[in-house]
Design a protein around this ligand. Structure first.
Ligand code: CP3
Length: 328
């Protein structure tokens, strides 16, 4: 559950007076923010507290994360020279991430840590648009109008994200997730022509380690098969596509992750419970199922509702005959 921490009072206290990127760059804060939701909810895995733009900033790109807005880039990328000015990511740029991951793996014991990175399309969109965009118009204009600049940028970002994932796995992350959050803006033909090979390169970077790879985007119902083809074992599905439909599209080789609508958590409990059971039952149609929300936790979500949801999912997915020692 991405950003599960944002709805927690202990998270808000931890972040008091500390900017997002400063928090992501301070191993003790990364460790604490990662552990908070695990402590509270007893989730089956932890997701590293960081951000998809963190490695770009660590490599030297002038950007910040503005509260309520998202990533904002000082000098948007337009030309080949702008692309060439983006430094490659070296391991010593992100030594603090490796340190945080190592510390976390020690603290988490049997609970696996999920590392992650942003996929080239989603990162490129922030860099080209200068910030969040509804239409991704400049990004698509570069793809079609200056494909050589586009491929140079996406290739550079594939290198950055691949290096970021590799560093996390080498430090002990047990699984990785590639976030192509905004890929749903693309038609399948454009995804295949401009994006697939670059995302495949990122996922290939950790293929030899054998860690499971999750590939997720929002509004990507028409791209699920291509996102699987990019080299994932698990395809993340947002709330728009029922998991049994996603499983039929993907075939039995893939597990699915998802996909309770995050806004459903504001409904009365019986409605949430029925919807969660529906997600679980549809997920059984797939080669495997990681229960999750269909996108991040909204900051105003009631932490007690999340706790109840985690308990329900544990109760329902407990193997037959398991006793109460589960999760200990
Ligand atoms: O749950 C976690 O905290 C895990 C760590 C995590 C964050 N960002 C922390 C964060 C992860 C996995 C991300 C990935 C991320 N960042 C994505 C891909 C996932 C997705 O949502 O599809 C994207 C698109 C971003 C870019 C980004 N960073 C956005 C759009 C925002 C929200 C801006 C806002 O305030 O509304 C951020 C900031 C951010 N990243 C926060 C957190 C906890 C909130 C910062 C805060 O607490 O002030």
């Amino acid at each position: 559950m991405r950003q599960a921490g944002r709805s927690l009072p202990e998270y808000r206290a931890l972040r008091e007076g500390v900017s997002m990127l400063e928090a992501c760059s301070t191993p003790e804060l990364v460790v604490e923010a990662t552990l908070q939701p695990v402590r509270r909810y007893g989730t089956d895995a932890a997701i590293l507290f960081s951000d998809i733009v963190l490695p770009l900033r660590a490599a030297g790109v002038d950007l910040d994360i503005t509260p309520g807005v998202g990533p904002v880039v000082a000098k948007p990328v337009q030309t080949l020279a702008d692309v060439e000015a983006i430094p490659d990511l070296e391991p010593d740029h992100i030594g603090f991430v490796s340190e945080a991951v190592r510390d976390l793996v020690g603290e988490l014991g049997d609970t696996p840590l999920i590392g992650f990175a942003g996929a080239p399309f989603t990162l490129a969109s922030y860099l080209i648009e200068g910030g969040p965009s509804r239409t991704h118009a400049k990004t698509k204009a570069m793809m079609r109008g200056a494909p050589e600049v586009w491929h140079a940028l996406a290739g550079k970002l594939a290198g950055v994200s691949g290096a970021f994932l590799r560093a996390q796995v080498e430090a002990g992350a047990a699984a990785v997730q590639l976030f192509d959050s905004w890929a749903g803006a693309l038609a399948p033909g454009d995804y295949r022509e401009y994006v697939l090979a670059h995302s495949r390169r990122v996922l290939a970077e950790v293929a030899a380690t054998g860690v499971p790879r999750v590939h997720f985007g929002v509004g990507t119902g028409e791209l699920l098969v291509l996102m699987g083809e990019a080299g994932a074992e698990v395809v993340g599905v947002d709330w728009r596509v029922p998991l049994d439909v996603a499983a039929a599209r993907l075939g039995p080789r893939y597990a699915v992750q998802g996909n309770l609508d995050p806004t459903l958590l504001f409904a009365p409990w019986p409605v949430i419970e029925a919807a969660a059971r529906d997600v679980l039952s549809r997920g059984r149609a797939a080669g495997g199922h990681v229960f999750n929300l269909g996108h991040g936790v909204l900051p105003s979500t009631d932490p007690d509702v999340l706790a109840r949801l985690v308990d329900l999912v544990h109760e329902e997915s407990r193997p037959a005959g398991a006793d109460d020692e589960r999760g200990q």
